[in-house]
Design a protein around this ligand. Structure first.
Ligand code: GDP
Length: 451
């Protein structure tokens, strides 16, 4: 395989930058560029050692650097690897990379180093994908789950299921292919037990994925309510600082204000809207239209009502719109004498708060956690890195369920075997133990260069 090189640190000026060279010629190339201040040549350096010296090209000194040698197979990629840590100027770093390439290395493609690590058996495909995930992880929880995966927790769970299925397939095949041998018949009970166990594990993994996704990507929320019920005040209470313009004149918050805020460990992407209301004023009308759009898009609606007033027609209209959405009804101004009759509100979750006095606002967090099943998830975030993995798992679960149904309806073992085979195949593709080149290329093309 060719020798490749790239700048592995971000393309910005920094304290240091790292140029990574991996492949058969990595040491030779480094040797030609590097003049050690000590006595050892690069070719004589042991793996996991580092030397101080100067990068020289055509008699010109480019930079004083630290050079680290990793020898195959004990390197990230599993190949001979050299890392040059130079001073982090963009110009110097590119210049050194150019020299490395002129000496015979090829520019590394996106994800090339991690792809090589995968091809050399240093990482499973799920671990490799987790690397991409760690690079782009936002927020503590996301990072924690990405880390968990690169240690292979998900891989192990998937593997235990696929091992079970593969050995079941082995037993079934042996029994049908060698009817004359005195092999024990694989009885439907045993098959069913394995299938049910596999089903349970996969279902749990898929559930975790859903809440993992919530941690990673946040929740799109929208705050609705007629003017003056206290939406902006509530949003400010949640945000902890003044963001929307809060006034006592109706309709001041005319466009949709978008804000992100952290509620516990989860990111809420909140749109505050002009309120849903039939109106003749053009600007307001646009605001209302935007509000309707925001509701359609949102995963969660906070509907705010004024507890110190009776329910109005506009309130009822808003309640109508909530019927098909995941929503939390918030009755605000609990500090004032209450006039709103709750029995007219048909909703699962009704919270009474005072946004102004910041009373009861904490309950919102608890409800959001409950609603998205996040409470149990935070401590156990073994999740897929991406949709590809999830779709494989979906497919496997589908096959397992078909197999269970086939057994139940007395289908032949042949038919059941076909389903189990499909499930095992999907799981082996998930973990990367059996994947096509197309899948591998697709996975690594999503990395950035230098990883
Ligand atoms: P919006 O139009 O729905 O965004 O409403 P605002 O947040 O602008 O609030 C309208 C008015 O209600 C302001 O005068 C707020 O101070 C007041 N307000 C908001 N929340 C509360 C509350 O919990 N209690 C009381 N007493 N007044 C509130």
């Amino acid at each position: 395989m060719s020798t490749v090189a790239a700048i592995s640190t971000p393309a910005a000026a920094g304290g240091i930058a790292v140029i990574r060279i991996s492949g058969e010629k990595a040491l030779d190339i480094a040797e030609k560029l590097f003049c050690p201040f000590g006595s050892k040549r690069v070719g004589d350096m042991e793996g996991h050692t580092c030397a101080y010296g100067r990068i020289v090209s055509g008699g010109e000194a480019l930079d004083d650097v630290l050079l680290t040698v990793f020898r195959a197979p004990r390197s990230y990629t599993g190949e001979d690897t050299v890392e040059i840590s130079c001073h982090g100027g963009i110009y110097v770093t590119r210049r050194i990379l150019r020299e490395v390439i002129s000496l015979g290395a090829e520019p590394a493609a996106a994800g090339e180093f991690t792809k090589r690590a995968f091809l050399n058996g240093k990482l499973s495909l799920t671990q490799a994908e987790a690397v991409a995930d760690i690079i782009s992880a936002e927020g503590q929880s996301a990072l924690a789950s990405a880390n968990l995966m690169s240690e292979g927790a998900l891989f192990k769970e998937i593997k235990s299921v696929s091992d079970g299925l593969v050995s079941l397939l082995g037993a079934l095949a042996a029994w049908t292919d060698y009817p004359d041998e005195d092999l024990p018949e694989t009885d439907p009970e045993t098959i069913l037990k394995t299938l049910r166990e596999s089903e349970t594990v996969l279902e749990k993994i898929l559930r975790d994925y859903d809440c993992g996704l919530v941690f990673r990507e946040g929740i799109d929320c929208v705050i609705v309510g007629r003017p003056n019920v206290g939406k902006s005040t509530l949003m400010n209470a949640l945000l902890g600082y003044e963001r929307s313009i809060v006034t006592a004149v109706e309709g001041t918050t005319r466009d949709v204000v978008e804000e992100s805020l952290r509620l516990g460990d989860v990111l809420l992407k909140i749109s505050d809207t002009a309120g849903l209301r039939e109106t003749s004023d053009e600007v307001e009308r646009i605001g209302v239209m935007l509000a309707n759009k925001a509701i359609e898009r949102a995963q969660l609606v906070f509907a705010v009502f004024d507890g110190s007033e009776e329910l109005s027609d506009a309130d009822r209209e808003i309640l109508e719109k909530l019927q098909t959405k995941r929503s939390i009804v918030i009755i605000n101004k609990s500090d004032l004498p209450q006039k709103l009759d709750k029995k007219y509100i048909n909703a699962d979750i009704i919270l009474e708060v005072s946004a102004k006095e910041r009373l009861g606002v904490d309950k919102i967090r608890d409800e959001v956690y409950k609603m998205f099943g996040l409470s149990g998830c935070a401590e156990n975030p073994t999740v897929f890195a991406n949709e590809r993995q999830k779709l494989c798992c979906d497919r496997a679960l589908g096959h397992i369920r078909t197999a269970i149904a086939a057994l139940g309806s007395g289908e032949t073992l042949d038919a059941v075997t076909v389903c189990i085979d499909g499930a095992a195949e999907a799981l082996l593709e998930l973990s990367g133990e059996r994947v096509s080149d197309a899948v591998v290329n697709d996975v690594f093309s999503r990395f950035c260069v230098g990883k």
